[in-house]
Design a protein around this ligand. Structure first.
Ligand code: FAD
Length: 287
């Protein structure tokens, strides 16, 4: 049995550009893992779940960007770290849900090594950046042997830890829209350094006091992070009154399918998710 301390042998590939990385992936497909910060990939290797080949993105220049444009929105490159995104002034101002999801992620060490794109590609149902990006909306830019394509985050997660990214594709960047929506993220964990037992995020486009558009995401309550379509329908066209919030709290448990696991019971998750959604709606609106 693999020791949790000893890193088993694997072939480390260090492509110098995206073309070389895509070509290596095209040849090795599922016999290779892509590695960005490696905070998950390396742990998987020590637990005996690693691939015989690891394609590191570390030596490809120019992938660590976080760029905001008032028309095109935010672009986050595949090697931009969680800390870089948490510290970015545009992210702080316009995407507080994502800023928070990055700022609370792991430890200073994992935030300085781990990437936002890695968090998205890890496809954990409790992934904090996934929850924030699903609420804000966005696209994953993938590059394979036949060129680039963009997949909407709404269509990206197919089932438990399975994404629309093919075995010969690399994620190059994620794009978030240039929004004026008010957004917020919150999570609940057993201890500060733990994965979420429940995480929630919302993004609300307001017209005066009325919600024009709403996106609400919840993680760790189903095989993938999900949007709460019934809750979004309640919010759309409504003013945020106590009555509307009560309806939201009552509706959340009808849209989720939590399980019992090491972090929480299904019952607890079902009980707290609605209250957490109510709180982030108020937080997003500055109430
Ligand atoms: C101590 C610790 C604490 C953590 N805390 C949290 C937390 O609070 N919240 C949370 O959500 N997560 C947490 N994590 C999980 C995870 O490590 C981080 O989410 C991190 O963002 C992953 O990024 P990375 O760059 O290190 O990914 P990597 O380990 O390099 O990759 C992760 C996965 O994504 C794939 N991948 C990465 N980049 C690409 C790409 N460009 N194209 C295709 N596939 C790619 C890899 O093949 C792998 O399957 C924690 C991990 C540790 C070790």
């Amino acid at each position: 049995m693999a020791s949790s301390r000893i890193l088993p042998e694997f072939e480390l590939l260090l492509p110098q550009n995206i073309k070389e990385a895509v070509s290596a992936l095209g040849k090795l497909k599922s016999k290779a893992s892509v590695m960005a910060g490696g905070t998950d990939v390396v742990i998987s290797c020590t637990k005996g779940f690693g691939s015989p080949n690891v394609i590191s993105l570390a030596e490809i220049p120019g992938l660590d960007y976080v760029v905001y444009d008032s028309k095109k929105g935010l672009r986050i490159g595949a090697m931009a770290t969680l800390q870089q995104v948490a510290d970015n002034a545009d992210v702080k101002k316009r995407y507080p849900a994502l800023q928070r999801a990055c700022a609370i992620n792991g430890t200073p060490q994992t935030r300085n090594m781990g990437t936002v794109v890695g968090n998205i590609m890890r496809a954990s149902p409790s992934g904090d950046c996934i929850c924030a990006v699903l609420a804000i909306g966005g696209k994953i830019v993938l590059q394979g042997p036949k060129g680039k394509r963009e997949v909407n985050i709404d269509d990206f997660y197919l089932k438990y830890r399975e994404t629309a990214c093919k075995a010969d594709e690399l994620a190059i960047e994620i794009k978030l829209p240039a929004i004026s929506a008010k957004n917020a993220f919150a999570r609940m964990t057993r201890t500060t350094l733990d994965l979420s037992k429940v995480n929630v995020a919302c993004s609300l486009v307001m017209s005066g006091k009325t919600v024009k558009e709403a996106r609400v995401a919840v993680g760790a309550v189903a095989p993938t992070t999900i949007r709460l379509k019934k809750v979004e329908a309640i919010l759309k066209g409504s003013q945020i009154t106590d009555e509307v919030l009560q309806k939201v709290v009552a509706t959340v448990p009808t849209e989720i399918k939590p399980i019992d696991d090491v972090r929480s019971t299904a019952e607890y998750r079902r009980d707290v998710a609605g209250v957490m959604v109510k709180r982030i709606i108020l937080e997003a609106l500055g109430k």
